[in-house]
Design a protein around this ligand. Structure first.
Ligand code: PLP
Length: 379
């Protein structure tokens, strides 16, 4: 189905921060499969883990124990907010699970009509539940009737958020750095307001770390830099090291799911779990995280100095540049692609960069040069 607007290029091979197309052209990949290949393409240790597990046991069932899934869950819990873990296959499924947790938790407190509050610009996925928590895309005319129990509030307004949280609130669901919207870090004051109001009313705070997690912002999880700890955290994208893996971590009172409440056939399958375990181990390396912060600074500074760039928003290696009036982002992206640089366009005048976390200063400089020339060509 024609659900994607595709560039007329087929990538056939990747190695580290580079990919090659079917004509043999080489590209510096500053999109990383939408923040999936955070450790670079075909990281040898991830490839080895996948290969080994594929020859041992490819599929299992969640009705039996599986060491890779248990180890992954344990490590996820230990390296994030603590608590218990549900494994799934995608980010949108992680959102669905988080919404079910929030609703069950609310019903336990005697809330009849629980509501999930989310921020404008946030993205939580495309299934009907996750979509309903994504105000920008929750189009009633196209996909209605959408389920009741969701409410969107402005992104940067702590008072509006406080006002929207009350006795019926099951949860507030926030993407701490909004990725799909074009890299908008949520102000700490808004996150603190959410935490306080949730505590006051007994609601859960959910952070969607599907895009911002796994080292992308310079700490393993984005929440670590905010001073606010959620009750529930979701992860996916880079978590699988290239394979489809999602996860939900729920701590304390949020640990409500019991046998029969939720499940998924492929979730936590041995191959995906082995890949994720390795990816999580590699992404947590303090040296790598320090490099993300350092190269992130270099990238942001370099972008801001480019001709034709109006402003830059970034955290770690999640960056967006807003082009000056009259420059089309799509034209710049296409010119960059011709120069051998893969980027992405989340809005008409915005370019998004999500390079592998393993990039060097030389890679950043090369990307800045290619992008600078692409902007000049796109004018
Ligand atoms: C991509 C994304 C999702 C959805 O993940 P899928 O794996 O595409 O289902 C959810 N939340 C955020 C923040 C994302 O970036």
């Amino acid at each position: 189905m024609s659900t994607y607007l595709r560039s007329p290029i087929e990538f056939v091979r990747g190695d580290g921060v580079r990919v090659w197309d079917s004509d043999g052209n080489e590209y510096l990949d500053f999109f990383a499969g939408l923040s999936v290949s955070n450790l670079g393409h075909c990281h040898p240790e991830i490839v080895a883990a996948i290969r080994e597990q594929a020859g041992l046991l490819a599929g299992s069932s969640n009705l039996f124990y599986s060491e890779p899934a248990l180890r992954l869950s344990e490590r996820l819990s230990e390296t994030s907010i603590g608590g218990r873990v549900f494994l799934c296959n995608t980010g949108t499924e992680a959102s669905e699970c988080a919404i079910k947790i929030a609703r069950k938790h609310a019903h336990r407190r005697g809330v009849d009509r629980p509501e999930v509050v989310s921020l404008d610009g946030g993205f939580h996925g495309r299934t009907i539940g996750a979509l309903s928590a994504t105000p920008r895309l929750a189009n009633e005319e196209l996909f209605g009737p959408l389920p009741a129990g969701f409410r969107g509030v402005p992104r940067d307004d702590a008072e509006a958020l406080r006002g929207a949280i009350g006795p019926n609130t099951a949860a507030v669901m926030i993407e701490p750095v909004q990725g799909e919207a074009g890299i908008f870090p949520i102000a700490d004051a808004v996150l603190r307001a959410a935490r306080e109001a949730c505590d006051e009313h007994g609601a859960l705070l959910i952070f969607d770390e599907v895009q911002a997690g796994m080292g992308r912002t310079g700490t393993l999880w984005a929440y670590e830099q905010t001073g606010v700890t959620p009750d529930v955290m979701t992860a996916a994208k880079a978590l699988g090291g290239g394979l489809p893996v999602g996860a939900v971590v729920a701590r304390g009172e949020a640990d409500v799911l019991e046998p029969g409440d939720h499940g998924s056939t492929f979730a936590g399958g041995p191959i995906a779990a082995r890949a994720a375990l390795k990816a999580l181990e590699l992404a947590g390396d303090p040296e790598l995280l320090a490099s993300v912060r350092e190269q992130g600074e270099r990238l942001a500074t370099g972008l801001a100095a480019l001709d034709g760039v109006d402003s830059v928003r970034s955290r770690g290696l999640m960056a967006a540049l807003v082009l000056a009036d009259g420059i089309e982002a799509a034209a710049v992206r296409d010119a960059a692609l011709s120069n051998g640089l893969v980027t992405n366009v989340p809005g008409p005048s915005t370019i998004r960069l999500l390079p592998p976390l393993t990039i060097t200063a030389a890679d950043v400089d090369e990307a800045l040069d290619k992008l600078g020339r692409a902007i000049a060509a796109g004018r």
